[in-house]
Design a protein around this ligand. Structure first.
Ligand code: SAM
Length: 335
């Protein structure tokens, strides 16, 4: 176990230029609010729902009990029924450690948590340190995972045993600024992932974003759409590069106009195959809800996580529900 800084060459906390600098500054400067303040968020229902989706992904694809071939949770679709287990996890773009409890519940043995935002990494470490009950081992490091190899953050001995799961939640799309960044990200995902291991994540749904862009009337002042909860603004209507197709994202009480990039699914799948990663699951968030709401484990979990109340009433208003479906969840297997 280690809670000391990993990697002798931890990058200095200097200000970065360009879009990545805006992203880092944004996430570093967002306060890590306590439980009480978190409960006061105007989009609490949506935040709970996003956490529930991540829990579903983690439980289905990264749960050691399920991995042993058990179908005891009653799930009949694709999942980790084919051997292996989530002993060792890489949480890339871990942020403030929002998934630490999920990893504990999945009973993983060890988590490596990395993020470009050094202050967020410190907060993730504190969150892990303050966790009650039996804790997994954890290592933390600040790293630009889209320009630097993972080996820069962790010494070789720590990476000698491969990961069973790599998780990238709400962060992979920042890599699609350039082909080089996307490739560096995929190299970091795949290099230390064992064969049969799983890569899970959540990203904005490019298809839907581009459909909305197409629907904007030609005389509109701004290339934007959204509702009271979120806003997406493109800079260009016609130029749609495969990498670096930028838009600005605002999400109430979460993201303040940060530059993000379209991830074209087909292009992503094609590239991932070069890193021996093959898709086994992809659904829009609304579909994840439809698929799992009646599930014997994930249905009650939705009540416990306050996505719905005991009567099945949603904690999200219509705008939050619409914003929820900006995203898709995915899982790839390394072969
Ligand atoms: N995964 C966490 C979660 O689900 O709560 C955090 C998600 S937050 C929306 C996006 C995260 O991606 C931020 O913490 C940000 O610093 C991180 N990120 C962006 N670019 C990155 C990069 N180049 N390398 C590592 N992390 C990056």
């Amino acid at each position: 176990m280690s809670n000391e800084p990993d990697g002798a060459n931890e990058p200095p906390r200097k200000k970065l230029a360009g879009d990545v600098g805006v992203v880092v500054e944004h996430y570093n400067s967002r306060p890590d609010v306590g439980v009480v303040q978190r409960l006061e968020s105007p989009i609490l229902g949506l935040k709970n729902f996003n956490n529930w989706v991540k829990s579903v992904l983690i439980t289905r694809f990264a749960h050691p009990v399920l991995s042993k071939g058990s179908t005891s949770n009653g799930y009949s679709g694709p999942g980790r029924g084919r051997g292996g287990g989530a002993g060792k996890v890489l949480d890339m773009g871990c942020g403030k450690g929002g998934d630490m409890t999920k990893w504990a519940k999945a009973r993983v043995r060890e988590v490596f948590a990395v993020d470009i935002a050094a202050i967020s990494v410190d907060q993730a470490r504190s969150r892990w340190e303050s966790m009650r009950g039996p804790r997994f081992d954890a290592s933390f490091a600040a790293l630009d995972c889209y320009t630097e190899p993972l080996s820069k953050a962790f010494p070789p001995a720590k990476l000698a045993q491969p990961f069973d799961v790599v998780s990238m939640q709400f962060c992979m799309h920042y890599a699609f600024e350039t082909v080089q960044k996307a490739r560096c990200m995929l190299e970091n995902v795949s290099r230390y992932l064992r064969t049969g291991g799983v890569f899970i994540g959540t990203i904005p749904n490019a298809e839907q974003l581009l459909e909305h862009l197409d629907e904007i009337p030609p005389n509109a002042e701004e290339l934007s759409f959204g509702n009271s909860v979120y806003k997406i603004r493109f800079e260009e209507r016609n130029e749609r590069p495969v990498f670096g197709h930028k838009y600005w994202f605002y999400l109430q009480d979460a993201v303040e106009n940060v530059p993000e990039y379209i991830v074209r699914w087909d292009n992503f799948v094609q590239m991932a195959a070069e890193y021996k990663l093959y898709p086994i699951y992809k659904e829009e968030f609304h579909q994840v809800f439809e698929e799992h709401q009646e599930h014997p484990e994930f249905g009650p979990l939705m009540v416990r996580m306050k996505v719905v109340d005991a009567n099945g009433e949603s904690a999200m208003d219509e705008d939050q529900w619409e914003a929820a479906n900006i995203y898709i969840a995915f899982a790839f297997e390394k072969r």
